[in-house]
Design a protein around this ligand. Structure first.
Ligand code: SF4
Length: 335
C-alpha cells in the first residue's frame, strides 16, 4: 500500500499534494464541496493586500495533475492504524486505505456566540471579522439597517487569550487582520470613524508594523488600549459599548454603528476529531507534532504527518511554507 491520503484541501493540503504528486499518487479529501473555502472567504490578504481569489486560483491550478484524485464533499471522520498503513472512514461509512496520511484539516474561527456578554447573534450591529470580510469582499459594508456606517469599532482577542473561553493562546493573525480591515474600510468609506480596542497589538511579521503606522498616520484609525466589557443595542439599532481606556485610566461609554469581534483561530472540528482518533491531540485539541523545533511535520504515529494550521494558528503564508516542509519530510521518510 503506497498511496498517500491528504485530508483537507486548503492551502496546506493542496501545496503538499502538488509537490508529492510529482512522484506519488494522491487522494485528496475535502469535507466541503469546493477547496480553499477559508481563503475564498477573504477579500485581500495582509500585508500587501493581495487578492485572496488570485492566490486561491493559483493554488487550485496545482491540482491539475492526473496523479491527484480529489474527493470533495467527503468528510473524513475516522482514522485508524492498520497493518501496513491507515484506514480512513468517511461520514457515510465509506472506507479508504493509504500507506501514508497527511492531516491538513486546518482551523475554524471561534464561535462568538459563546461570548454572550458581547451580544453576537442577539444584536444585529455586532458582527465577526469573518462577517465583515465577506461584506468587504462583496464591496458593500452596511450597518444593521442597511445604511452606510459612520463609526465602526473592532474588539481584539475574542476567544483568544481568554480565561472564560479556555483559549489562553494568541491567535497570531487577528491583530494584523484588524489593521488590514480597518484600512480597507477607510478606503471604501473615507468618512467612517474607526476604533480598534486592543490588549496589545502583535505586529510580528515583516511589513506589519509599517501597516500599523500607515493605519494611524495615513488613514486616521484610532487605536484604544482597553477592553470592551459589555455591548448592547441602542433604540436606533446602533451598538452601545462600555469600555475602559487602560492607557488613560478612564472608563468609556460610546455608541458605534458596527462592532466587529476579531474572532481567533480554533482547531477545526475535523482536526480535533482526527487528532484524537489517531492519538496525537495536543493542547486545545490542535494536532501535536513530535517537536516544534526539529520535527514539526512528524507525529508520534508512523506514517501520519501534519501540515498547516491543524497544529496552531498560522497565517496563509506560513501555512504554505509549512506545507512545503511537510512535503520534504514525507519524501525523506518514504523514499
Ligand atoms: S493576534 Fe492580536 S487579537 Fe489575535 S489573539 Fe493575538 S493579541 Fe489578540
Amino acid at each position: 500500500m503506497s498511496k498517500i491520503a491528504i485530508i483537507g484541501a486548503g492551502a496546506a493540503g493542496i501545496e503538499v499534494a502538488a509537490i508529492l504528486s510529482q512522484q506519488h499518487d494522491i487522494d485528496l479529501f475535502e469535507k466541503e464541496a469546493t477547496p480553499l473555502c477559508n481563503i475564498r472567504n477573504k477579500a485581500l490578504l495582509f500585508p500587501d493586500f493581495t487578492s485572496a481569489d488570485e492566490l486561491a486560483d493559483r493554488l487550485e491550478e496545482k491540482l491539475k495533475n492526473p496523479r491527484i484524485t480529489t474527493h470533495y464533499g467527503t468528510a473524513i471522520t475516522g482514522l485508524r492504524k492498520v497493518q501496513d498503513g491507515w484506514q480512513l472512514a468517511d461520514a457515510t461509512g465509506g472506507t479508504y486505505e493509504a500507506g501514508y496520511v497527511v492531516l491538513a484539516t486546518g482551523y475554524e474561527v471561534f464561535d462568538a456566540h459563546k461570548k454572550e456578554e458581547l451580544g453576537y447573534g442577539i444584536y444585529p450591529g455586532i458582527i465577526t471579522s469573518l462577517d465583515l470580510e465577506k461584506m468587504i469582499k462583496a464591496g458593500k459594508v452596511t450597518n444593521s439597517i442597511g445604511d452606510t456606517p459612520k463609526s465602526i469599532s473592532f474588539l481584539q482577542c475574542v476567544g483568544s487569550r481568554d480565561e472564560k473561553s479556555g483559549n489562553h493562546y494568541c491567535s497570531k493573525v487577528c491583530c494584523v487582520t484588524a489593521v488590514k480591515q480597518a484600512i480597507e474600510l477607510r478606503k471604501m468609506m473615507p468618512d467612517v470613524s474607526v476604533y480598534v480596542f486592543y490588549m496589545d497589538l502583535r505586529m510580528w511579521g515583516q511589513g506589519f508594523e509599517e501597516m500599523y503606522r500607515t493605519a494611524q498616520e495615513q488613514y486616521g484609525i484610532n487605536f484604544v488600549r482597553g477592553r470592551i466589557s459589555e455591548a448592547a443595542a441602542t433604540y436606533d439599532q446602533r451598538v452601545q459599548l462600555k469600555a475602559e481606556d487602560t492607557l488613560m485610566g478612564v472608563p468609556l461609554n460610546m455608541n458605534t454603528d458596527l462592532l466587529v469581534l476579531m474572532v481567533g483561530m480554533c482547531p477545526s472540528a475535523g482536526t480535533a476529531q482526527l487528532a484524537n482518533a489517531a492519538g496525537i491531540a495536543g493542547r486545545y485539541n490542535f494536532a501535536q507534532s513530535v517537536s516544534e523545533h526539529l520535527n514539526d511535520n512528524l507525529t508520534g504515529q508512523e506514517g501520519l504527518f501534519l501540515a498547516g494550521a491543524c497544529k496552531r494558528p498560522m497565517s496563509v503564508n506560513d501555512t504554505i511554507q509549512d506545507a512545503r516542509a511537510a512535503a520534504i519530510t514525507i519524501l525523506d521518510k518514504i523514499s
